[in-house]
Each structure stands twice: as C-alpha cells, then as structure tokens.
Design a binder for this molecule. Sequence first.
Ligand code: ZN
Length: 447
Amino acid sequence: MRLPLTLLLAALAFSPAQAQKEADIARISRAIQPENIEKTIRTLVGFGTRNTLSSQTDPQRGIGAARDWLYGEFVKLREASGNRLIVEKQTFIQPVAPRVPQPTPLTNIVATLPGDLPADQQRYIVLSGHYDSMCSSPTDSIHDAPGANDDASGTAAVLEVARALAPYRFKATLVFLCVAGEEQGLLGSTYFAEQAKLQKWRIEAMFTNDIIGGTRGGNGVEDSRTVRVFSEGIASNETEAEAKIRRSVGGEEDSPSRQIARYIQEATAKYVRDRKRVALIARRDRYLRGGDHIPFNERGYAAVRFTEPNEDYHHQHQNVRTENDILYGDLPEFVDFPYVAKVARVNAVAAALMASAPAIPQGVGLLTRRLTEDTDLEWQAVQEPNVVGYEVVWRATTEAMWTRSRSVGKVTQYTFKGVSKDNYFFGVRAVDSKGRRSPVAFPRPVR
Ligand SMILES: [Zn+2]
C-alpha cells in the first residue's frame, strides 16, 4: 500500500523524540552496546601509536590512520541520522609548544547533529574524548602507545553515544568531538573551544570522557558501578567583580559547571537502570592532571569531566614492558568494556535529556534592593514553544545538592514570603509540557 505523500511526511515529522519521554530515554540507553565499544577500542589500539607527533600519512600506524578511521566511522552514522549528521575534520597548524617541537597539523573529528531550534536560539551540547595517546613520553612518536583506556575508552564512548542518538531529533545541537593533542597540553580542545567562543556559540554543557575504562584501581579496589564526574565550584573565568560578590554572599559551589554535574547525577539516578552511581567530585580535575573540559571552563562554558573511580598508574602513560613481574602499559586487557558502556549510557541519557529540555533560564537575579524577610527572584522568559513554567529550587547553604523545588508557574518573578535569602541557596529552572527540566541557573544579586 502506498501512503499519500502528505501522510508520509506527517509520519516522518513525528520523530522518535516526540514519543513518550521515558520510553525514548530507555531506548537510547539500551542502544549502547559494549561490543561496539570493544571493537572501537581494539581498532584504535591496533594503530600502534596515536601520539600527536606520529605519522599522519601511514595508512596502518600512527595518528593519521586513527584520524581517518574515526572519520569514516562517524560518516557511517549519517544514514541513520537521515543524513543530518555533519562530519568534519577540523585541522589547524599547532605552532611550536612545550611538547610540540615543530609546527604540526592537528585534526579534531567533529560530528554535529543539528538541533531543531531556530538558528538565533541555537544552543550546543558537546561530548568529547581524545583520540591521541602517549607512552612514557608525550613527545615519543615511535614506541607503542596503545592508549586503550587513555583515551580510546572516551573516544569509543563518544562514537557509541553518537550512534545511539543519531536517529533522534533534539531541540539543541549535539556535537560529538574527538580531539588530538590532549597529551601535548589540551591543544585540540583549546582550538575547538576558542573557535566556539569566536563564533559566539551558546554551549550549555560540555562533557569530556577521559580514562573511563578501568574498574580495578592501583589501590586494589574493584568498582564497576561508579563513575566520577569532576566539576569546578568557582567558574574559571570569574571576574574580580564577581569574586567580590561571591566573597560577600557565597556561591563557591554553584558554578554553571556544578549545576551540570548535579543534572547528570539526577538524570542517572532517574533513568539509567544498571546500578550506575555518579560520584560528584567537587573540584575541576584530579591533582597534577588536567583534561579537555578546562579550555571550555576557561572560556566561560559549563564543562565537566568523566573518569573511572580508581585509577591505576601502571596502565597510564607507560611504555609497554614487564618490570619486576609487573606488566606496564595502557592495554585493552585492563579495560572493562561493559563498564565503558555504562559510562556511555550516563552520557547518552544526560545529553539526550538536556538536548530535549528547555534552555537554562538567563538573567536570573536575586533582588537585593531593600532589606526584607522575603526572597525575591526574577529571570527572563525562555522563548521556546513548549515551556510551561519554571521551578525554583533551593537548599541549605551547607547542602551539596538541590533538595527542594517548587513549581511557580509561567512567571518571570517569584517571591518566597517569609523565607530569608540569608539561609538558603536558590536556583531557577525551566520546565516543558513533558516535564523535562533544564539545568539550574544560579542567581546573581541584583540591586
Ligand atoms: Zn587522557
């Protein structure tokens, strides 16, 4: 039977994203396959080294071979996306730097799934991993650098999340980003973040996945349930004027990045089935280490880092060798593929929810024009079609998570009668007709 064209178009317009939200998210979560992740990690390891300074032209070995293979894998997802997915190589010449002895082309693989919002309202969610690797030395382009965990695991997760999300439509644009030059000083991510800033992209959230494959730490602890999510408490780009306000009235745990981390934890608790625990770590990154979220933080974007619960330094940044009966090296046998799949599920669910939810309210202010026993909040309306209202959230000043919320209707101002702003922290989020909530916006004092 042939359907009339208009009916057919209507059927196509009824995208999966318009289906019932729980079923949707569950389907996305189930689509993540450990087998695909294992295949990606083993293929990336098979290029021998992916050091940023290794061969760009050898079809078998080196970062160039990895770059071209990854690009091809994203291109394969185009069909499932209805040819919407845009796959690009973002190449630039990295000038000489402490770990780059001569000018070197670096290439990020960028796959973009455009959102349905009008161009002038477009906002972005970026999911990243770095596909470069290193052995003991970041400038050694010769020895094997399998980088199975650091960071084929994160790269594989990003590719698999792209595969799971590509068939759906979202309001926000999703960017699946695989960067190079991480081990030489976050070079690929810095370039991408700078370009985004120059183009005035509104990036609502950036997740970097780096070392998300190990379930047995160097401390002997086995844990396949937990993933750590690192987020800064104070925004890296805070101005001196903002610091002055913060020193006066607090807000050390309320950067935009921390709101995203809380959102990920809540989304996981609600929608990810397989006993997954998101452990929020209230710092930007681990001691002595830094990741690809930092260039985004420095440019004022909310960005967080996913990492396994207990690291093992025998299997990071090590030449492959056996010494005193200890096998060193970042090899696939130390990666737990089903665990990487769980971390990918957390990414997929949080990104899908956020990309379907309303925008984070802007211009959120806590009025301080007069001394009063009430708390007065105001914000700008989110100009998106299915926003039905707002929620005010609050918590005691010593609490880590938002513990209370109140639906306040479709307004842009709300007064808590008899509740003193001195005793709580407040936030505002937008809610749509399907009950999807934006991440929270933390108010600034407004005179
Ligand atoms: Zn790494």
